[in-house]
Structures are given as C-alpha cells and as structure tokens.
Design a protein around this ligand. Sequence first.
Ligand code: PLP
Length: 231
Amino acid sequence: MIKQNLQNVKSDLNEILLKLGKPADAVKLLAVTKTQTIEIINTAITAGGVYIAENKVQDASLKIPHLAVQPTEFHFIGKLQSNKINKLLALKPNLIHTIDKLSTAEKLNNALQKNGRIQEVLIQVNTSDEEQKNGVAPQDLLELVRSIAILPNLKIKGLMTVSILSDDESKIRFCFAKLRKLFKAIEEEKIKNVDMKYLSMGMSGDYKIAIEEGANIIRLGSIIFGKRVYK
Ligand SMILES: *Cc1c(COP(=O)(O)O)cnc(C)c1O
C-alpha cells in the first residue's frame, strides 16, 4: 500500500510540475515518518525517491540509526528544544526546518562550533497568525534572519511554514503566497551568509496549492502512510 501511495503521489507531483513547466526534480519529496515504525520507514526508503523527516528528536534517534538502509537525507521538522540539540546533531540532519528564535539558533550554533560543523537551517514563519502555531511573525522575520546570519556555524537556506487549518482553499493559498513573498523580499536583501534556496511548504492536504505557490520542498505523511495513530 505504501509503495502504491508513493507512486500515486509521485505521478501527481509530475503532473503538477509538467503543468507549471518545471522540471520533474524541482520539488524535494519528504516522507514524514513520525509515529511510523522502522519497518514501515524501511519500506518507504526502498521504494525510492523520498527523503525522511521526523518531528521529535527522541523518536528519530530511536529509529533513524536502526534503519536497514540509511536515507539519502534526513530532515528535522519539529520544535527544537535546546536540551535535545546534541541528540539531534548526532543524527546529522541535512536540514533543520524549524528555527524561529534567536536563542535556539545561538544554542545550536554553540553546539556546532564545538564539533566544527556547519548546519543548514530554514526559518519557520507563522503565516496563518494562529496563536498556537510555531514560527516567527512575518514582521519580525527580517530582523531574525539578520541576527542568525551572523552565527558562523549556521547557514540559512530558506523558509518553512505550516498553513492555516481550514477548508477554505483561498486562506491556505494566502499563507503560501505570503511565505513566497517573504522569501523574495529576503533574497533581495542579499544578506551575507544567507542563501535563499528552499521554500518548505505543503502537507498531504495542501501540497498541490503549495507547489503552485512555489514550494520546492513538500512534507507528506498521511497521504503516503495512511492516517497516523498516536500512542
Ligand atoms: C506531521 C507533519 C507533516 C505531515 O502531515 P500530513 O498531513 O500527514 O502530510 C508535515 N509537516 C510537519 C511540520 C508535520 O509536523
């Protein structure tokens, strides 16, 4: 079933990209494997063409090192607590999507400095103005980017958002369009040590809209693995 779901998603993805006149590899597909078992993650990796994303450091460290085949890329997409930074770094994430505070960025930078490593990160933006959502407020984004850009062991590679929880497509599209505009605006600032490359937006319910609005990383869970069961 997972293999079939993945095939369906990939063919949808190809269709959208073709329609937009973009190359077939224009979008990175992340399989969000939170709550999924090692066996299931192995199935997704061997099916091919996906990267792996987890949102909890603890869960990720119980699974990622024990996979039969290591994923080509591992992405962290959850809230990063400072007491979990070293544990996350041990997993060598290719990209951390969720930096939204200078204090976390500084702690991450310090930990990286001790290991002499550079970490690519995205800045998470709250585009929906929902109080419970993580992410920096749009009006505070530029200042945060400028402060993080000074930290030598972090490399900003773009922006990430989670859209509004709504059935109204225009409200969802508005969130994604907002992130794209912020992305462009920061790009135009040409800030040293900032390389605006990735727009991480779009989940199972809204990835088509996200790609139309310029996403080049999408994060898909339930459409690949079925409805999640939380223990
Ligand atoms: C769980 C999660 C996803 C995937 O959600 P689905 O709706 O199952 O595709 C994507 N991004 C983040 C940040 C998540 O926490």
